[in-house]
Write a protein that binds this ligand. Structure first.
Ligand code: SAM
Length: 379
């Protein structure tokens, strides 16, 4: 069954605590105290970063704007905050007013509510509107097909949803699409519009088979997508992860099947981040829509000319050191009436003396400049 439900806003839920707010961070921190692996992760990632950056982060937390908090990894579900903000900024740069964002695998909806809180801040920051779609079967994980679905981690029936409660908690720009993704994607693809192209997808379906079905979403008309769609892969950092199972296998097969759509890691993201130890950095990918209009060759502007400051400097030096060419006297111009020879050679000698004096003056001035620079007493 394919069900697109429009939700209404409610107050006082975790997702409504304002992404990047001190309260939402404290709430997440308190929750992580109950889950030792999460606490250990925060400890490991954050306290291994330089002290001065953590001190700066403290002030950013108290006084910073939302995008500063994203830069300093101070928003709950940092991977979603970075991705949605990046996608919206890219859209704004292209003059788009709206984008679509998808979460595959909603379960209890904590991630979807975090996404909504983040999207609210991003809309405020960028003025780009965001539609959010959460896909889930609602009945929990389907049966695994084989070892490729990592049945050592997940089993049939894991993560059932309380659809009604989640529905009540969601804001009106968020929609639930309930059913097996294999069945719900074609209908959704038909409703996707170029006015709100797909710009970010979070993949958290756990299985290879489900992820493979979900990636069908990337096979529509090029105009339905941003030219690069940010993709978050949730299940690729477990020790058992490998390119022959799970999400990595689904992505590899997708890349093999689609010559003009390719998913690859976000280039040099670690170098571009302030805090470099965060695990999520390895989970951010991009779908490159190679047949997108934005990637077609066309004259978009006047030709770019690269400046060369070395050449410019050389030219300036030559202009100041070399004496200006002395104009040729009228009597030396071919065809002009002859003058007295001795007068001519005298004039030539005077000209040469002028050049010698000009060069001498230049070097004396240059010397005085150096003395001025290094000061008296250092001569
Ligand atoms: C790990 S949970 C998602 C957790 C969620 N993203 C969060 O952060 O709270 C995985 C979800 O994927 C859903 N799922 C797996 N395979 C699916 C399929 N083929 N179609 C629809 N939903 C599926 C399951 O129902 C489950 O709720």
């Amino acid at each position: 069954m394919n069900e697109i439900a429009t939700m209404t806003r409610r107050r006082g839920r975790p997702g409504d605590r304002g992404a990047g707010g001190v309260n939402s961070l404290l709430y997440a921190f308190k929750r992580s105290l109950n889950e030792r692996h999460k606490f250990a992760k925060i400890f490991r990632e954050r306290l291994t970063e330089p002290l001065h950056l953590n001190v700066m982060a403290f002030f950013v937390l108290l006084f910073g704007k939302f995008h500063h908090k994203v830069a300093f990894d101070l928003v709950v579900r940092q991977q979603l905050a970075f991705s949605i903000l990046h996608a919206a900024r890219q859209a704004a740069a292209r003059g788009l007013r709206k984008i679509s964002v998808v979460e595959f695998g909603v379960a209890s909806g904590t991630g979807l509510l975090n996404m909504c809180a983040i999207a609210t801040e991003v809309m405020r920051t960028t003025s780009v509107m965001i539609d959010i779609y959460g896909f889930d079967a609602a009945t929990g994980m389907p049966p695994p097909i084989d070892h490729r679905d990592h049945p050592e981690h997940w089993q049939h029936g894991d993560f059932p949803m309380d659809v009604d409660r989640l529905r009540e908690a969601l804001p009106d720009f968020a929609h639930l699409i309930i059913g097996d993704v294999k069945e719900t994607i074609p209908g959704f693809l038909a409703t996707l519009s170029r006015d709100a192209p797909l710009a970010f997808v979070s993949l958290d379906l756990d299985y290879y088979s489900s992820t493979k079905s979900a990636l069908e979403l990337f096979k529509g008309n090029a105009e339905l997508y941003a030219s690069t769609v940010v993709v978050y892969l949730d299940d690729i950092v477990e020790e058992s992860t490998n390119p022959w199972c799970g999400e990595l296998l689904a992505v590899r097969e997708f890349n093999d099947e689609t010559p003009l759509r390719k998913i690859s890691p976000f280039p040099a993201l670690r170098t571009k981040r302030i805090f470099k130890n965060a695990l999520w950095i390895d989970q951010i990918f991009l779908l490159h829509v190679l047949d997108h209009d934005d990637r077609k060759a066309r004259i978009r502007r006047s030709a770019t000319v690269l400046p060369n400051e070395y050449l410019a400097k050389r030219w300036e030096t030559r202009q100041s050191v070399e004496p200006r060419p002395t104009p040729i006297p009228a009597d030396e111009i071919p065809g002009s009436p002859p003058r007295d020879r001795s007068a001519l050679s005298l004039m030539r000698a005077v000209r040469q003396l002028k050049v010698i004096f000009a060069k001498r003056r230049e070097s004396v001035e240059a010397g005085a400049g150096i003395r001025r620079h290094i000061g008296p007493g250092c001569q």
